[in-house]
Write a protein that binds this ligand. Structure first.
Ligand SMILES: *Cc1c(COP(=O)(O)O)cnc(C)c1O
Length: 363
């Protein structure tokens, strides 16, 4: 197939767009979606943009039974000049291919997938909300669609991209949250699928999350699955600590997801000459740092919240209050800089931004 040809079938009448202040996360979808099929004989083929609609899938499709699927999450932002732009989308496409490899899903052509995402966002550009902190969430995903109950890699897949206008994560300003350290359940283990962005990791995380949500905690802090000692992630975000002036984040160990935000935080800190290290860090070390007064800040980092300060960590009944449960200066500076670049309000010295051209609907 011509690598850059995507058939487009526009919807006849667009849906009514929601008001910016009524937006939640992931409940409303735009007018169009991208879809492309894979079969062993044809490879990836039949790339098309069509009106947003339900899928017709056989109940025996492998994705329903054995969870062979991957996904990504990134955003399109509206700039003060009226442009639409993406933040480091190539990183997401590199990652979906790493996830594909782990899940035995055929590789995507990253350049073509980026082209498809840009064309889809360009067509639904008017769906990017404009109010402060709002954005258009982009959800690319791949499902295994072969109608077969045998346990083996599927021979058929669909790569789909859907778009959802989302509200501001922080409606009343960036706010520290309470986190419970999880001692019983683990998200994943090294050698498992933790490094892949796959639905099963999320299914495995729900129980722990639900148990602590009732007691007022926003998320759990995940520890390693072998020793239950070393810190891995917070909820579905990567985690950072400021100890004695130095920023520490758990080193990638085979179960931690390599976040694009994590990577961007590390690059920004280096750019500012703030010391940053990736290494193993145990819960005991963190507790001791708190006791001796050297634990200065803690925060999660991910696409949805960008930076989420941690005000309290509860571990075996001890409440560790961090920075008076206030947002720390490094957390704040990272949040302001990352969102400044994403929304085109600040210089992008790293080349992280990719512009999206509006696509006019010629039928
Ligand atoms: C997606 C994800 C993150 C954050 O990654 P970003 O690329 O920064 O959005 C962190 N941890 C887990 C488990 C994730 O699934």
């Amino acid at each position: 197939m011509d690598n850059h040809s995507i058939k487009v079938n526009y919807c006849s009448t667009g849906k009514v767009k929601p008001k910016s202040d009524e937006l939640e996360f992931g409940r409303i979808f735009t007018d169009h979606m991208f879809i492309m099929d894979y079969s062993d004989s044809l490879g990836w083929h039949d790339a098309r943009i069509i009106p947003y609609q339900p899928l017709l899938i056989d109940p025996s499709a492998m994705v329903f039974h054995y969870g062979q699927s991957v996904f990504e999450g990134l955003k399109a932002y509206h700039t003060p000049e009226g442009d639409a732009q993406l933040f480091r989308p190539k990183k997401n496409l590199e990652r979906i291919n790493r996830s594909n490899d782990r899940l035995c899903i055929p590789e995507l052509d990253e350049e073509f997938a980026l082209h498809a995402i840009k064309q889809l966002v360009g067509i639904d550009k008017d769906w990017i909300p404009k109010a402060d902190g709002t954005s258009l969430y982009i959800r690319p995903f791949i499902i295994s669609t072969e109608a077969y109950l045998g346990v083996a890699p599927s021979r058929h897949y669909q790569f789909i991209v859907i778009l959802s206008p989302v509200g501001a994560y922080y409606k009343e300003g960036i706010n520290p949250v309470k986190i419970a350290v999880e001692n019983k359940y683990v998200r994943t283990v090294a050698g498992g699928t933790g490094e892949a962005k796959t639905g099963g990791n999320y299914a495995a995380s729900l129980k722990a999350q639900e148990l602590v949500a009732n007691s007022g905690y926003a998320q759990v802090l995940w520890l390693d699955g072998v020793e239950r000692e070393y810190i891995e992630e917070v909820g579905s975000m990567n985690v950072f600590f400021k100890i004695n002036g130095e920023i520490v984040t758990p080193a990638l160990n085979g179960s931690i997801l390599k976040g694009v935000t994590r990577d961007s935080v590390i690059e920004l800190l280096k750019h500012w000459d703030i010391p940053v290290v990736e290494r193993k860090i145990s819960m005991q070390e963190l507790y001791d740092a708190h006791e001796n007064g050297s634990l200065e800040e803690a925060f999660g980092a991910g696409t949805a919240a960008v930076i989420s300060p941690i005000g309290q960590l509860t571990w075996n009944g001890d409440h560790i209050i961090i920075n008076n449960a206030e947002t720390g200066s490094v957390s704040k500076k990272l949040y302001d800089t990352l969102t400044g670049i994403q929304y085109g309000k600040q210089e992008d010295p790293f080349g992280w931004i990719e512009k999206v051209k509006a696509v006019s609907k010629v039928k």
